[in-house]
Design a binder for this molecule. Structure first.
Ligand SMILES: Nc1ncnc2c1ncn2[C@@H]1O[C@H](COP(=O)(O)OP(=O)(O)OP(=O)(O)O)[C@@H](O)[C@H]1O
Ligand SMILES: [Mg+2]
Length: 261
């Protein structure tokens, strides 16, 4: 198992009052999965994502990454983990406005201590991968929203992360740019990258292989979707049966088979 959250609780303290936000969250995600997390505003999605992304710690519970408990890791180890294993994509892109695409994408590599020339080379390859080889010297203000998000995805990719964490990655995009981002995620997932994505949009969530719902800090697996998938398998079976019958009909030259075979 790539990632396991066991009995995770998160409380915030506000004016000495404890606000429970995550309540006994249990999630297991395998390598190569593509998971969407849906839920109403305020249900705890970003709080959960921050915990998965090692940007925040749970109040209580166990978090295993590749089988190793990380809840007691110190800040240094957590930041190494973020740098080497995780790639982040945010709704608002979070690009540095005065830097070019190339420099924005190369930034995580500078934290990782990669020499300048090598950084630029890797950043260029990442931009090429997201279809922006011709925009390397543009600054964010000179790019469309969809292009900015693709720069942010390239930045998330430069360290070859195992997991991409995306919080409303299409939230600020028009539907066409949203589809481009979804195509890119699909491609990355096919290449083996695990994707965990928060979204409000059911159409966007449909791109994932698994959908989890969070309500008031509690996770509910998408039963409806499971039932739908089962129904599809069932109707496929029925369609196959129909084919068998129509083959019999053809063999016997009859429209309806009434006798015994
Ligand atoms: N630092 C904080 N201190 C106190 N309460 C917080 C803090 N951060 C979040 N909360 C509370 O936790 C709850 C969940 O917030 P969170 O940001 O996780 O929601 P969300 O599901 O991401 O919502 P949205 O869809 O609007 O982004 C909210 O009620 C919020 O007020
Ligand atoms: Mg949020």
């Amino acid at each position: 198992m790539l990632l396991e959250l066991k009995h995770i609780y998160k409380n915030y303290l506000q004016d000495k009052i404890v606000i429970p936000v995550l309540k006994d969250v249990n999630i297991s995600i395998d390598e190569g999965e593509y998971v969407a997390i849906m839920g109403p505003s305020g249900s705890g999605k970003t709080t959960l994502m921050n915990i998965i992304g090692c940007l925040d710690r749970p109040t209580k519970g166990e978090f295993l990454l590749e089988g190793e408990s990380i809840v007691n890791y110190n800040e240094n180890r957590l930041s190494d983990l973020r740098l080497n294993t995780l790639g982040f994509v945010f709704q608002s892109f979070n690009l540095l406005p005065k830097q070019t695409s190339l420099d924005n994408v190369a930034l995580p590599l500078s934290y990782a201590g990669v020499p300048v020339k090598k950084r630029k080379e890797i950043a260029f390859q990442a931009l090429k991968r997201v279809g922006l080889a011709e925009r390397v010297h543009f600054r964010p203000s000179q790019l469309s929203g969809g292009q900015q998000q693709r720069v942010a995805i390239a930045r998330a990719l430069v360290n070859n992360p195992k997991i991409i964490l995306a919080d409303e990655p299409t939230g600020a995009l028009d539907s066409r740019s949203g589809i481009q981002v979804m195509n890119l995620f699909q491609q990355l997932n096919e290449e083996g990258v695990t994707i965990i994505m928060i979204t409000h949009d059911a159409n966007i969530a449909n791109h994932a292989k698994k959908v989890l719902h969070i309500f008031d800090g509690e996770i509910v697996e998408d039963k409806e979707r499971k039932e739908k998938q089962q129904a599809e398998v069932q109707s496929e079976k029925e369609a196959k049966n129909d084919t068998v019958f129509s083959e019999i009909e053809q063999d016997f030259g009859v429209k309806e088979w009434e006798g015994e075979i």
